[in-house]
Design a protein around this ligand. Structure first.
Ligand code: MRU
Length: 366
């Protein structure tokens, strides 16, 4: 996507020098998402531990992007030391950064498979190639999701007889959460670019406010009309006919179509169900975990630090980023980062292969 006329992906290799053996050496560029929307800052990472920290701290985030970041983190590790022992350590370090989004494990296993039978001296080049391939595929997948989702929006718009089509989204499943295009926002970008009158309700998405900070920023940069709402407002808007579709991303989807996504998604699905509003999840195939069925039982939900609930940060009137405490010091807080929406509440899943009901997901990929 373009930021002020310059094309960006969210992650990219930067050629830095050639090694004595004439092997290309790279660092990796990322956009520091903890600084958005107030500052657009690019970071250059040169080691696997730096990448692991960037994932843990959510400087890079979003299921597809942490898959891509893990792949580049793995390539950085191979560049440092291609031995079996170090690679094993690097893979585990990266896998441990965030447990819920399956893309991360998927990417690491793919990287391991790509190099495991290669001689030591051939590993580095192959690791960089595979990471780049994962990124290119992510862009193609998300573009295809955009086209399938666009068709869905177009049909619903035609049936709605409305001038403006209102879509509610949760968290950030835009281009910042992927390598490019986004998952849930890709159909929205595609529909807007095709001239449709789309308006997006953006859930703020406490505690880290990915909706208010990231989705609102992205949509604004692309000129898409949007309104940020508190997380609690969606049900009310649905009851009053102001939401035509709910469209979210996913961090892990099970073989029976249960959708694990950012905490709060389940409540939106319940409200949508009660108001007969279609609820769709945009899901690239690397987000599907075919090894599990029941999302409520089989998915590890990341518990993040309680201080993400206790504190909020933002721009003060003086122009500084400030962190303020919102809870009493004596109160206990917990911070589950994801929830599971059972397949029965999901109208459909938009994948790169097309749109399907949750129950038919496996047929689409077999
Ligand atoms: O904790 P995050 O910000 O990494 O959460 C992931 C997400 O961005 C959302 O859950 C998103 O809807 C799915 S990723 C496209």
């Amino acid at each position: 996507m373009k930021i002020d006329e310059k094309y960006y992906r969210t992650i990219w290799p930067i050629p830095s020098a050639a090694s004595p053996k004439n092997e290309a050496i790279f660092t990796v560029g990322i956009i520091d998402q903890t600084k958005l929307p107030h500052e657009f800052k690019v970071l250059e990472l040169s080691t696997m531990p730096e990448m692991a920290l960037a994932i843990t701290n959510m400087q890079v985030r979003g299921a597809p992007l942490i898959g891509a970041a893990a792949a580049y983190g793995f390539a950085l590790a191979v560049q440092t030391d291609p031995s079996d022992d170090y690679i094993k350590h690097a893979a585990q370090t990266l896998i441990n950064t965030r447990p819920t989004a399956v893309n991360l494990q998927w990417a690491i296993h793919r990287m391991q498979n790509r190099i495991k039978d290669l001689p030591i001296e051939a590993r580095q080049r192959s690791a960089w190639q595979e990471a780049a391939l994962i990124c290119d595929e992510d862009v193609q997948i998300n573009r295809a999701i955009g086209q399938h989702g666009f068709k869905l929006i177009q049909d619903a718009y035609a049936r709605s007889n409305k001038n403006t089509f209102n879509i509610l989204t949760h968290c950030n499943a835009g281009w910042l959460a992927t390598v490019d295009w986004g998952t849930a926002l890709s159909p929205i970008y595609t529909a807007h670019d095709a001239g449709m009158n789309i308006h997006v309700w953006v859930d703020e998405t406490r505690p880290r406010n990915q909706g208010a900070s990231l989705t609102a920023w992205e949509l604004g940069k692309h000129g898409i009309p949007h309104t940020v709402i508190s997380d609690n407002a969606g049900g009310h808007l649905m009851q009053h006919g102001q939401v035509d579709m709910v469209l979210v991303g996913a961090d892990r989807v099970t073989s029976q179509g249960d959708v694990c996504n950012k905490i709060g998604t389940y409540l939106k699905a319940l409200a949508a169900f009660d108001n007969q509003i279609p609820f769709y999840a945009a899901v690239p195939s690397p987000t599907i975990d075919w090894s599990i069925q029941d999302g409520l039982v089989d998915i590890e939900i990341e518990m993040r630090h309680a201080d993400e609930v206790n504190y909020m940060s933002g721009l003060s009137d003086e122009g500084d980023i400030k962190s303020i405490r919102v809870t009493p010091h004596h109160s206990h807080a917990i911070n589950p980062a994801f929830d599971v929406t059972p397949a029965g509440l999901v109208t459909g899943i938009i994948t790169e292969r097309g749109v399907t009901s949750p129950g038919q997901l496996s047929q689409l990929f077999n």
